[in-house]
Structures are given as C-alpha cells and as structure tokens.
Design a protein around this ligand. Structure first.
Ligand code: AVJ
Length: 374
C-alpha cells in the first residue's frame, strides 16, 4: 500500500485513529537562550506586555489585563478602516471569557468536547512519547483543565510550565495542580505566548514538550500561524515536540451551527465587544441595532464572525463619530479549519515535522504531535 493509501485507510478505519508516525528524535534539547527576566518565587513574568500585540487571544479565554489599555486605539483604528474590524483578542474580557466558557458546553460547539475526548483516549500514548525527565510547556494555559488529562499519565515528568497572560489563572491552576500532583514541579510564566519566551535554563537542557490545545492557532491567518509556530519552535529549542489541536474542515451546516448556536450564546459573546466599548470607552453602541453573523469562507477555509449594522446609524466612541450603512459589517474573528495535510504543510513551513495525529470517529477535530526539524 502506498503511504497515501495507508493514511486514508487509517483515517477511515477506527475511532481515535493514529494516522502517521515517524521515528522520534533524540531527547536532549540544546536551547541556548539564557533566561534573563525577573524571577519571582512561584511565577515568572516574562516579556509580552510591551510592543505590538498579536491579533488573537490566548486559548485560556481569560481577560487580558494589558488589552484594555489599547482597546481604545485598536477600536478607533478598526472602525476607521474601509472594511471595519475589531481584533478578536478583545472578545475576552471578564464577561466575554464567561460567555466563552458557556460556549464550550453548548451542544453545537463540538471543538472543546471533541478535543478533550481525543486527549482522554490518547493520554497514555501521548505520555509514552514523552520521555522521563521531560518538561511540559503549555502556551495559553488558562485553567489547565485539559492538561490534567495528560499529567495523570506522565508520571516521570520533571516539570510543568504553564504560560498565560493572566496571573490569577496561573495561580489558580498552580494551586490545583500542585495539590493533585505533589511530586511535580510547576513553574508558571506570566507572559503573552505570542511573544518570544525564555524557558529557564534549568529546564531548557531537558526534552521540551509544548502543548497548545483549543485550536487557538485557527484564529490566526496562515502567515501569522506559521510565525507563531516558528516562534514556539524557537522558544522550545531544536529537539522539541509540540502537541497541538487543530479544528478540521467539515460539513458547512455543522460549522455554522457551532458559531451561531440556538441559544444565542455566541451572538452574546460577539456583541459583548460593543457592550465592552460602551462600558470601557464611553461608546454608545445600541446593542439591538447590531446583529451577530457567522459565515463560512470556502476559499480560505474559515469561519468569519461579524457584527452587522441593522440600519444606517452613527455611533460615538471616545469622542469620535463613526458612520454605519444599513447592512455594514464589523469583522470580529477568523476561525480557520484545516485538512490534516494542510495543517502539516503549515507546520512544515514553521520548521515542524508531523510525528502522529489523532482524530475522533467523526473526524471533527485533530490533535497533532509535531517534532522540531533539525
Ligand atoms: C477558542 C478561539 C478557538 O475559534 O472556535 C468560539 C473562539 N469564537 N466561538 C474558536 C470562538 C466563537 C474559539 N477559539
């Protein structure tokens, strides 16, 4: 059987199928960047709060404390452009994060549930790939809920390094994980994972495993996704692995339902951007004069979320007036969907090689193990 046929046979054959595996690389990492940031007793604060900010949010779904300061600037810039837009990272203030949590429990929103199922089913196999003494580094760890499924099986892990922009999320996660896994070192890093991160040198000589679940990678345009994956590869060093979740292409009706649920939770999540502008920036959006819309862009393989103006209107934001035509749209989020091969191509452009990929029985979602190219 050709390699391609073997692959498609594996894809058809069974639930949670393993699709491809290449031999593992040596286990030592030789990451050379020395850790120089300030170091606190149980958390490291590491860059990320200055300079340009990314156009996406952390997978934690937590509020980004630094985001409020540039919300005004980003909103005014976004509403001034011919095609109006608001960067998706602003979806996650406290109210938005709570709404996102609610989305993850909706019957229509399959990604969280399906990825969790895949991780639960494959935890043993994932743990078998991770050698004794390795360090697990999670990008945008949030509450670290999915991580516990892996930690349960990784008995000889040296340390867990959760990276998140929210200090509170890190503290809560650390406390819970330290209690549940008393032998495990937990060394949180408070940082924006979109920025380069320095792994403490005491860990950087060990086998490093990145973990980036949630299909957050899908919120980036492909060029930005490649840049982030390349940056993670630099953070983790030459012999690293990366365990990453990517949402798959599927029936369009199913995709649209996931982003426009019957209870209107996703609509509320999207409209919260305008409510947030009213709360924080002295804006006067009338929430009943805009509606949520989710469409699937076939050519780019992505869901686009918009807020649509229901009539011609003017809105004040921080002392400026913005005009909206009836039917005019504000773009608020991309959520890219991949084929397995397409995702491998993307990872390859960032210097990662596929080692193994798992999907669920319905082929809704994929979890990949990637290995850094030499
Ligand atoms: C958690 C950012 C990956 O794109 O599916 C959910 C965000 N947006 N419903 C996604 C989201 C609308 C979610 N991510």
């Amino acid at each position: 059987m050709s390699e391609a046929n073997k692959k498609s046979a594996a894809r058809r054959s069974s639930d949670f199928s393993r699709e491809r595996r290449v031999p593992s690389l040596p286990e030592q990492s030789f990451f050379g960047a020395w850790f120089t940031s300030d170091r606190e007793r149980d958390s490291i604060r590491n860059g990320g709060h200055s300079g340009s900010r990314p156009t996406f949010c952390s997978s934690s779904g937590r509020a980004d404390p630094a985001a409020g300061s540039d919300f005004s600037e980003a909103l005014i810039a976004g509403l001034s452009a011919p095609q109006k837009s608001i960067p998706s990272r602003f979806l996650y203030d406290a109210a938005g994060s709570a709404l996102f949590e609610k989305i993850t429990t909706l019957p229509e929103y399959y990604p969280t549930r399906t990825e969790t199922e895949i991780l639960r089913h494959q935890a043993e196999e994932i743990a078998a790939i991770v050698p004794d003494g390795a360090v697990l580094v999670e990008f945008g760890s949030g509450s670290s809920t999915k991580t516990e499924l892996l930690l349960e099986r990784m008995e000889n892990l040296h340390a867990y390094v959760p990276i998140d922009i929210s200090a509170t999320a890190l503290q809560d996660a650390k406390a819970r994980i330290a209690e549940r896994f008393p032998a495990l070192r937990v060394m949180p890093i408070e940082a924006d994972f979109a920025q380069p991160i320095a792994i403490p040198p005491e860990f950087s000589t060990r086998p490093l495993f990145g973990f980036f679940p949630g299909s957050t990678i899908g919120n980036l345009r492909p060029v930005d996704a490649v840049a982030l994956l390349a940056s993670m590869r630099r953070t983790l060093g030459p012999d690293a692995h990366l365990i990453i979740g990517a949402d798959l292409k599927k029936n369009v009706r199913r995709l649209l339902a996931a982003y426009d649920d019957a209870d209107g939770v996703t609509a509320a999540f999207n409209l919260n951007l305008l409510a947030r502008a009213n709360r924080e920036l002295d804006a006067n959006f009338k929430l009943d004069q805009f509606k949520h819309s989710a469409t699937y862009d076939m050519r780019n393989g992505r869901i686009d979320m918009h807020l649509v103006s229901l009539r011609e209107q003017w809105v004040d934001v921080g002392g400026r007036r913005f005009h909206f035509d009836a039917g005019e749209q504000i773009h608020t989020e991309h959520s890219h969907k991949y084929e397995i091969d397409g995702f491998h191509t993307l990872a390859g452009e960032a210097g990662w090689r596929p080692q193994v990929v798992w999907t669920d029985a319905e082929h809704l979602f994929s979890v990949h193990v990637l290995v850094a190219d030499a």
